[in-house]
Every structure is written in structure tokens, then in C-alpha cells.
Design a protein around this ligand. Structure first.
Ligand SMILES: [Zn+2]
Length: 284
């Protein structure tokens, strides 16, 4: 039976880089689920929030891009590649050279150096940078099957999915294996215990988080299972399916209790900025 203790006993010399690709803002305390009893007592927050992508460099398995962040076009165009309809609702902004391709270049890497691309989910701010990689990489794009289905539904656009961002890519689904408590669906991404994809549904149907078994301690990339530390610490699910999001948070909180030294990086936390280095400096 697999256990996190046994995985963490054999960490991997991974390198993790955080790409800060821009900022996003939506009205209405978007980070907190309205069905939460605590929602009304939360102060209204009008700040723009960071949008990240991550690069994991594995000593043997190559370069893995986790999410793509905002497209470089946001540095020039108000609506970037969101289109005017969604671009007015999800206001994003960026500066030149913040996009993932530029961030990779700062590490001496080109899109062709990517071996794998993995998307936490398909809401517009996560695959927005993908079109910049089109035709420049043969890396497959991993997406949860349930997420791919949600993003191809009739009214997907109104749920924040822009299908065209994925055009021209080979999409692969995760093959989850046995559960590793407290999580039901876990995939050992490289098959060597170095990086795990964990199904964390709620914010979206096929949302996943990623756990890196790094040498100086594991790092949990929540993505939008917890936009901010406040989601996790105050137990307030993100927007999306309230019950599923709450169940996911309960599991992550249980995991955190078991491994109190676990480092967390939240997907859009303005209060966490400055707590970890940004590329070209590695986090680990
Ligand atoms: Zn999202």
C-alpha cells in the first residue's frame, strides 16, 4: 500500500520555477464560494491577483510545464486572448516578457525544450499561454477527462472555458492509479514518486493539484482548489461546486495536519507574493 511517508522518504532533486505571468481581477470576492456561511463576513477585495505557471525540471524526465498562465498578448491588448465578452468580466493585465515563453527564455529554454505540459484545469487564465507554444513543441498536454468534457460543453464559454486555446495540441488524459489517503485519485506522473497529480474537484469538475516530492521537502501546488491561503485556513471553498470543493478542502487540510511542514503555493494569492522566489530563481 502506497503512503506519503514512504514517498517522502525518497525525494527527488527536482527544480521548481514559478512564472508570474500577470494579474487578474473579477468582481464579487470571486475567490470565495458564496454558499459558504462565512462569505458575507469576508471583506470585499478589489485587488488584482497574480496568475502563475510553473516549470518543473526533472533530472531524468525532462521539463514539465504546469499551467501556462496569461498569454503575452495581454501586454499589448486589453482583452489579450480572452475575447471582449470574457475579457470584460475577467480583467487581466500583463507586461512584456512576463509570459511563460519569455520566462522560459530567461532560463535558457525554448518551447521545444518542453517534454510535458499539464493543465490544472481549463478555465481561461490557465491555458491562455498555450497558443504561444503552438507548433513549437511536441509535448503532449495533460488534462483530466472530466475537465476536457466540461470545457467542450454547449455553454462552456459562460463557464470560463475558451476552447480555441487548446487548438492544435495533442490532449492526453491522466491515468489515475490507486488512492493515497486522504486523496482518492492520485497519479504518479513520472512513475518514480517525484511528482503527483491529485484530483481536487470542486472549483471545476476535473480540477487537479500537483504535489512535488522535492529534496528539501514536499511542495503542494493547490492551483484553484485553494486560490489563496485563506481558502485553506478558513475552510472556505473556491467558487464552483460548493460540496465537492469543501470535500476537497477537508482532504487537503487533513493532509496538511499530517505533514505540517508541507509548503503550499496558492494559485492567485496576492498575500503570498514575495514569499517564494520567482523565475529565473528556483523555489527548490
Ligand atoms: Zn479557475
Amino acid at each position: 500500500m502506497n503512503s506519503w511517508q514512504s514517498f517522502f522518504a525518497s525525494p527527488c532533486p527536482l527544480k521548481l520555477y514559478v512564472f508570474h505571468t500577470g494579474f487578474i481581477h473579477m468582481k464579487g470576492n470571486i475567490h470565495f464560494n458564496k454558499k459558504s456561511p462565512d462569505f458575507k463576513s469576508r471583506p470585499v477585495d478589489r485587488r488584482f491577483n497574480p496568475v502563475y505557471a510553473f516549470l518543473v525540471r526533472h533530472p531524468k524526465k525532462g521539463n514539465l510545464l504546469l499551467d501556462t498562465g496569461l498569454c503575452g498578448s495581454f501586454a499589448e491588448k486589453r482583452f489579450g486572448n480572452f475575447g471582449w465578452l470574457l475579457g470584460r468580466i475577467a480583467q487581466a493585465r500583463s507586461d512584456p516578457a512576463m509570459d511563460s515563453v519569455s520566462r522560459m527564455a530567461s532560463l535558457g529554454l525554448a518551447p521545444g525544450d518542453l517534454d510535458h505540459i499539464l493543465l490544472s484545469h481549463l478555465h481561461l487564465d490557465h491555458p491562455s499561454g498555450l497558443p504561444q507554444l503552438k507548433g513549437k513543441t511536441s509535448a503532449p498536454v495533460y488534462v483530466d477527462e472530466r475537465e476536457a468534457k466540461a470545457a467542450s460543453g454547449l455553454f462552456a464559454l459562460f463557464q470560463g472555458y475558451i476552447r480555441s486555446h487548446l487548438d492544435g495540441f495533442v490532449i492526453k488524459n491522466y491515468q489515475y492509479r490507486s488512492p493515497v489517503a486522504p486523496f482518492d485519485e492520485v497519479m504518479d506522473f513520472f512513475g518514480d514518486g517525484s511528482a503527483f497529480v491529485i484530483a481536487t474537484p470542486g472549483h471545476s469538475p476535473g480540477h487537479v493539484s500537483v504535489l512535488l516530492n522535492a529534496e528539501n521537502g514536499p511542495i503542494f501546488l493547490t492551483f484553484d482548489a485553494a486560490h489563496r491561503r485563506a481558502n485553506l485556513e478558513d475552510g472556505i471553498p473556491p467558487i464552483g461546486d460548493f460540496a465537492a470543493g469543501r470535500e476537497t478542502l477537508v482532504k487537503i487540510r487533513r493532509f496538511k495536519e499530517e505533514f505540517p511542514d508541507m509548503r503550499f503555493i496558492f494559485s492567485h494569492d496576492p498575500d503570498q507574493m514575495g514569499e517564494f522566489p520567482l523565475a529565473p530563481d528556483p523555489v527548490t
